[in-house]
Design a binder for this molecule. Structure first.
Ligand SMILES: C[S@@+](CC[C@H](N)C(=O)[O-])C[C@H]1O[C@@H](n2cnc3c(N)ncnc32)[C@H](O)[C@@H]1O
Length: 235
């Protein structure tokens, strides 16, 4: 936790704020998020046996790519983030899409105080590697879920291959992401994520890898969790 008691890195938030106006451009810095979105959306939808009618909170929602797509599937979605600009873009996009998402600027820890055991599904994707204290986010996500509800995290694994693919490959060679997007030390091994989740009383249910093939320029969900992965837990 930072000195001000807020579990956020202002420089990380600034990074996303600077780029926020590109959020819905599928050929921008956010291209990877657009491309992985159908994969993770289907994975979540199938895992929870249908998002339709479920209450969902999307933690670190950014410009709302995942939040909105879950609303399209019929979920009642709240999206939270601490970047004003990302939230503004997310809200503006609702005017275009006609979808409904309740976007709020609030820390996940504060929302968990406000609405403990409230949501059927909690998603926290590509966010843990950008916060000072991921364990605190995991605790809060666990607290937000109803008993028996689902909690999803996705993040980057920490090993030499992940460094090569996620930083050298994605940022320096293929230019999929701006340089400085990711900091290797903040990557999280699945065993570490599972440990923090168990400490938050979550039960590990399943895990899948998210891979990128630079030859076909396509993403896939498969068994290889060595670079990027999604872990699903029940509360
Ligand atoms: C890589 S983006 C991912 C956006 C979205 N989850 C997705 O996968 O499409 C990371 C997001 O986390 C947000 N973020 C970083 N630290 C945060 C914090 N402490 N609380 C809430 N959001 C945070 C950033 O503002 C940014 O929108």
């Amino acid at each position: 936790m930072k000195d001000d008691g807020i579990n956020a890195d202002p420089m990380e938030l600034e990074k996303f704020s600077q780029l926020a106006h590109h959020w819905w451009d599928p050929n921008s810095e956010f291209k990877p998020l657009h491309e992985i979105n159908p994969l993770r959306l289907n994975y979540i939808d199938e895992t929870v046996a249908g998002l339709a009618g479920k209450t969902v909170v999307d933690v670190g929602c950014g410009g709302g790519i995942l939040s909105e797509s879950m609303a399209v599937r019929g979920a009642k979605v709240t999206g939270i983030d601490l970047s004003d600009k990302a939230l503004k873009v997310a809200k503006l996009h609702l005017l275009e899409s006609g979808q409904q998402v309740d976007y709020r600027k609030i820390t996940v820890e504060a929302l968990a105080e406000e609405h403990p055991q409230h949501y059927d599904v909690v998603t926290c994707m590509e966010m843990l590697e950008h916060v000072p204290d991921p364990a605190s986010v995991i605790q809060a996500c666990a607290r937000l879920a109803k008993n028996g509800g689902w909690v999803f995290f996705s993040t980057l694994n920490r090993n030499p291959k992940a460094y090569l693919y996620a930083i050298i490959g994605a940022e320096y060679i293929l230019h999929l992401l701006p340089r400085g997007t990711h900091e290797y030390a903040k990557f999280i091994k699945p065993s570490e994520l599972a440990h923090m989740a168990r400490a938050a009383n979550l039960m590990e249910a399943k895990m899948i890898g998210m891979t990128y093939n630079p030859l076909t320029k396509t993403y896939a969900l498969e068994g290889d969790t060595s670079v990027n992965y999604i872990m699903a837990f029940t509360a």
